[in-house]
Design a binder for this molecule. Structure first.
Ligand code: GLC
Length: 529
């Protein structure tokens, strides 16, 4: 199409492997199960899949506590399965991205087992240690982003180690050159196997203040999280030195002839997001925009964030747009409150902005968050904080393939690791038979993007629109209108042909004098030349 790298015109799709497809009836999704579903993904038209961690883990945080970065967890399969996945995906034009978790390991990782054993252990300096203060108190005031103190006392040496997440997830010391070299090797291990890149876990957190300075108290201008914790994460996250680490990752990725993609988990304000792209070509290729994920599905709120993002990023940097992931819940619930029309409109938004859309498994069928009983929860945060916080399981329940026992996810007699959701209302099998379904809408949108250079590479410009409506132009001849209001509107000044509407009967309709858009409808128009 153009000289653009593959990931700029791609639609990516996040897979939470534990909940995608189970081939052996143990109730846990696995790689052979995923391979058997590649045809579904090819039919949908996605270009790349990002797999949440499949590496060895004692699963205190479901794979995000890694005990071996180059071994596949047996419940998911083997390295041979990974090779087969990469090969079979490639046959269908799909690239495979892994999750890289450089900020921390599991307490069961051999590095940490060594490090905690003695002050002079070979790997001691690979983690962040500090002695108690003279009065016996914690080394500083840093708090874990999962709540509670960030420091835990390690009995053998009576020093504290730092963890930005669970006690079982000690943070690595990225000032240590050997840690950096170890991750070079881990990245090469996967890239050499043909992995197309990485999603980098908590990419803004990787390095800590070398002096372990106390975080400042939160002020009333700070965000919700800072208010909740009473402090701003100035020294345990978001350090300027993190950019050095990201430049190192990028330089390594760039040594491969076939372009590899680095997409970062970067929960930072829009203004800071730009910094994670470096000079536009020396840090992350894509940075997840949590401001967008967290905004309500409201025309002015969404438009503002998109405009701010467009303005903030370096000119050759490329946004990423996502509505759901394994931490943030599902957009059909969060943005659309279960309203199917709104979910469809949100899908149009995700796929018609300038940037790379990243769908989360189930988005394409409008799968909703599930309400779980406390005893069914598996996310440590839900287990710990329920009922104040129900954790992240609601968006992690199994992919809903069909309305039958096991949901097409696992054997009918098996007990899935998390309960199945509303199979009758949302499942792939029945939506595939219904041309008006969200699944067909998703497929048609992906196909429309592919066929319409305006929608992939065209620039973005907001257009004037009535209150509650967000309209934008892509490239020279494509206009997108999203009616977030509860009333039908007529947009003037747009003429051409409806390329796609969430109200499917309208595709192909001529627009001459005024474009009517119903409440919660989204329309893509190819304008007259
Ligand atoms: C990221 C992951 C999340 C995990 C955390 C700690 O935010 O997405 O699932 O709990 O990092 O690794």
């Amino acid at each position: 199409m153009s000289g653009a790298p593959w990931w700029q015109t791609a639609v990516l799709y996040q897979i939470y492997p534990r909940s995608f497809a189970d081939s052996n009836g143990d109730g846990v999704g696995d790689l052979p199960g995923l391979i058997a579903r590649l045809d579904d993904l090819a039919w949908l038209g996605v270009d790349g899949i990002w797999l949440s961690p499949i590496t060895l883990s004692p699963n205190a945080d479901w794979g995000y506590d890694v005990s071996d970065f180059t071994a596949v967890a047996p419940e998911f399969g083997t390295l041979d399965d990974v090779d087969r996945l990469i090969a079979e995906a490639a046959e269908r034009g799909i690239k495979v991205l892994m999750d890289l978790v450089p900020n921390h390991t599991s307490v069961e990782h051999p590095w940490f087992i060594d490090a905690q054993s003695a002050l002079d252990a070979p790997k001691r300096d690979w983690y962040v240690w500090a002695p108690p203060k003279p009065d016996g108190s914690l080394p500083n005031n840093w708090i874990s982003s999962f709540g509670g103190p960030g420091w835990t006392l390690s009995p053998p040496t009576q020093e504290y180690y730092f963890h930005n997440h669970l006690v079982e997830q000690p943070d690595l010391n990225w000032w240590n050159e050997d840690v950096r070299r170890a991750f070079d090797e881990i990245m090469r291990f996967w890239l050499d196997r043909g992995v197309a890149g990485f999603r980098i876990d908590v990419a803004n957190v990787i390095i800590k203040d070398a002096e372990l300075r106390d975080n400042p108290a939160a002020t009333e201008d700070d965000d919700f999280e800072a208010q909740m914790f009473g402090q701003r994460s100035v020294y345990n996250a978001n350090r300027p030195e993190v950019h050095e680490v990201l430049r190192r990752f990028r330089a390594l990725a760039d040594t491969y002839d076939e372009p590899r993609l680095l997409i970062g988990e970067t929960p930072v304000p829009v203004d800071d997001l730009a910094r994670y792209y470096g000079n536009g070509s020396d840090e992350l290729h894509l940075a997840f925009n949590f401001n967008f994920i967290n905004a309500p599905l409201d025309a002015a709120a969404m438009r503002t964030i998109v405009e701010e993002t467009e303005a903030a990023l370096p000119s050759d940097a490329w946004p990423a747009w996502t509505g759901s992931n394994h931490d943030m819940f599902r957009f059909p619930t969060r943005w659309a409150q279960g309203d199917a029309d709104k979910a469809r409109a949100a899908l149009v938004m995700l796929l018609c902005l300038r940037g790379t859309p990243v769908l989360y498994q189930g988005d394409e069928i409008g799968q909703l968050d599930s309400v779980l009983a406390h005893e069914d929860m598996r996310d440590p945060l839900g287990v710990l904080y329920y009922p104040a916080y129900a954790g992240r399981d609601a968006g992690r329940t199994p992919m809903q393939w069909r309305a039958a026992p096991g949901g097409g996810f696992t054997d009918p007699e098996a007990t899935p690791w998390l309960p199945l959701g509303d199979l009758e209302d949302h499942n792939v099998e029945s939506q595939r038979k219904d041309p008006n379904s969200m699944l067909h809408l998703a497929r048609d949108l992906i196909a429309l993007r592919r066929a319409t250079p305006d929608l992939t590479l065209g620039d973005y410009a907001s257009l004037a629109a009535p209150e509650g409506v967000w309209a934008w132009r892509r490239g020279a001849r494509t206009v997108v209108v999203l009616n977030c209001s509860d009333e039908a509107v007529t947009i003037s000044g747009v003429s051409g042909t409806i390329a796609l509407s969430t109200h499917r009967g309208r595709d192909g309709e001529a627009v001459t004098s005024g474009l009517g858009v119903s409440a919660a409808e989204a329309v893509v128009v190819t304008t007259a030349a």
